[in-house]
Write a new protein. Structure first.
Ligand SMILES: C[S@@+](CC[C@H](N)C(=O)[O-])C[C@H]1O[C@@H](n2cnc3c(N)ncnc32)[C@H](O)[C@@H]1O
Length: 235
């Protein structure tokens, strides 16, 4: 890996800079920019948790093409992907946004409010598995158009099983970080020099990718944007 501190899968920093400076940043919504900058100021290195700007723009176009109205977000942090989703949904769109941590969400909330889309968000402070199970118990099966999953990677398979109940046929489930800093392509012996916290999560990412490849209930593709995004279309 050339730059383990970079969560973007594109290994040419010149090309990455080109994409960001000529395409992504010029079209970034002002409140997304301010939220991103506030996150960097508050969280410094941890701000890498926000999804990449070009990835958010791609998902935003996808949501509009789909005419998505009712969505789920698992893993909010300061809300970069959440605000991008809220901006992409129609005025009566609704996002059920789940995170165990409310404090980070509150850092991003003023920018979501300034963008005028906070009315679309129902934030639930909870462990995602129990919140999803609650939606199933609440008879919301098959009612969501789209889900974006960006929380604890070792639970992706469990999230997938619950989301298959909640997202309608033809709907999309998007999973973030499925190339996990590029480590999924490395062998067991190539981990030296990679931070423990990164290396430990490589295995669940590989297991999840294999699980999706063998899952005949979804059509899927693994995109090399951001840190890798897997799109599943529910059949
Ligand atoms: C990578 S960040 C999400 C970044 C966000 N999508 C963005 O673009 O800013 C992951 C988030 O998942 C949350 N999280 C981790 N485990 C969770 C769980 N079991 N249930 C709910 N949220 C969880 C963390 O609190 C953290 O805010």
């Amino acid at each position: 890996m050339e730059d383990p501190s970079s969560k973007n899968i594109l290994r040419s920093s010149a090309l990455l800079q080109y994409i960001f400076e000529t395409s992504a940043y010029p079209k970034e919504h002002e409140q997304l920019k301010q939220l991103r900058e506030a996150t960097i100021q508050k969280y410094e290195k941890m701000s890498v948790m926000n999804v990449a700007v070009d990835e958010a723009q791609f998902l935003s176009i996808l949501l509009k093409v789909m005419n998505a109205k009712k969505t789920i977000e698992i893993g909010v942090f300061t809300g970069y992907s959440l605000l991008a989703t809220a901006l992409a949904l129609p005025p009566d769109g609704k996002i059920t946004a789940i995170d165990v941590d409310r404090k980070s969400y509150e850092i991003g909330l003023p920018f979501i409010q300034k963008a005028g889309v906070d009315h679309k968000i129902h934030f639930i402070q909870s462990d995602a598995l129990s919140a999803l199970q609650h939606l199933v118990d609440d008879k919301q099966e098959g009612s969501f158009d789209y889900a974006f999953v960006d929380a604890d990677k070792d639970k992706f398979i469990k999230y997938h099983e619950l989301l298959l109940k909640l997202v309608k046929k033809g709907g999309i489930i998007a999973y973030d970080n499925t190339l996990w800093f590029g480590t999924v392509a490395l062998s067991e012996s190539e981990g030296s020099g990679i931070e423990d916290v990164v290396w430990q999560r490589r295995k669940p990412a590989i297991e999840f990718n294999n699980y999706i490849t063998n899952d005949t209930r979804v059509e899927s593709t693994l995109l090399s944007i951001g840190d890798g995004v897997t799109l599943c279309r529910c059949l």
